[in-house]
Write a protein that binds this ligand. Structure first.
Ligand code: SF4
Length: 327
């Protein structure tokens, strides 16, 4: 069996604050295979973006990876020196953020930015790199790419800019792309186009994709598997259709009510009564217990570990045989 492109094992990320150490990510594990799109979903503050930043080595002090490991095609990358990690980030991991202007320099023509990135990672000549840049722009759906290549970022619409960012992320033919809320800032009609483009990455390039979003509708349309995060942990992970049709974790059950109808209304997460705890006030036991209508005594004391249930894994005591026999 080939190694997964990305393997995150018992990852812990902590932030040092005046009030002490806060754990933003607590023992998170998942794999992404070649050509697979894994969605990471959860409310704001659940730790989904921090997980992505940890993978690309961009957790800035006072944050730090305090435990676990991250492997890219079998190579451990969480402990690489910053210079080595910078090379991995440019060449082997591509990034797409919510705001395309995070990735594009407004002062340079888009083509120059793509060509420079291509030349950094390949031995192509100027002319060959320009040809490749035009091909990439065409592939991501920029009309008349041989003309638009000489445009500046402000001359592109939001959706077109995000396409340019995807072309930029593809330049070095990365094994993994981390896309953090890539469609959130875009009009609904453009969102659908960007989603189908991201889907095609896995299919046509064999790229593994980690798609971070709060939008269960985007996950449903794009991903092969989904990890539902809550308070820095994975509450449930499994094939997207299984998790949607048959969510196991009480929190995931609540989230699945948030999948948009075909009519397209209500793309945001449905509110589950209460709020996710702050990192400084994570309750003992299961962090979801104050909001969970199924909570029982053990939930207030023991932290649930992921338990395999068919193709899904769920961190909830309801699925623990020991609990059943004890109950
Ligand atoms: Fe609810 Fe208990 Fe399961 Fe947590 S472990 S989700 S509190 S039933």
């Amino acid at each position: 069996m080939t190694a997964p492109v990305l393997s995150v094992r018992n990852l812990q990320v902590e932030f040092e604050t005046r009030r002490g150490m806060l754990r933003a990510i607590d023992s998170v594990s998942y794999d992404i295979a070649k050509g697979e799109v894994l969605g990471v979903v959860g409310e704001s503050g659940a730790g989904k973006s921090v997980t992505g930043l940890a993978v690309i080595g961009l957790i800035d002090p006072p944050g730090r990876i305090s435990g676990g490991e991250i492997l890219l095609s079998g190579l451990r990358i969480d402990n690489l020196p910053p210079e080595e990690m910078r090379k991995v980030r440019g060449k082997r991991i591509g990034m797409i953020f919510q705001d395309p202007l995070t990735s594009l320099n407004p002062l340079y023509r888009v083509g120059d930015q793509i060509i420079e990135t291509i030349k950094t990672h390949t031995n192509l000549t100027d002319q060959q790199a320009r040809k490749r840049a035009i091909d990439l722009l065409a592939e991501v759906g920029i009309p008349a790419p041989e003309k638009r290549i000489d445009g500046y970022p402000h001359e592109f619409s939001g959706g077109m800019r995000q396409r340019v960012v995807i072309a930029l992320a593809l330049c070095a033919e990365p094994e993994l792309i981390i896309a953090d809320e890539p469609t959130t800032a875009l009009d609904v009609s453009v969102q659908a186009q960007i989603i189908s483009l991201i889907k095609r990455l896995g299919r046509d390039h064999g790229t593994a994709v980690m798609l971070v979003t709060h939008d269960m509708g985007v996950i449903a349309e794009t991903c092969d598997r989904v990890a539902v995060m809550y308070a820095g942990r994975v509450a449930e992970i499994g094939p997207v259709q299984e998790v949607i049709k048959n969510p196991l974790h009480p929190y995931a059950k609540g989230l699945m009510g948030a999948i948009p109808t075909l009519a397209g209304e209500d793309k945001r997460l449905v509110q589950i009564p209460g709020a996710m705890p702050r990192l400084s006030a994570i309750p003992p036991g299961c962090s979801f217990n104050p909001r969970c209508s199924s909570a029982f005594d053990r939930c207030r004391v023991d932290r649930p570990e992921p338990l395999r249930q068919g193709t899904q894994a769920v961190a909830c005591h309801l699925y623990d045989r020991a609990t059943e026999t004890a109950a």
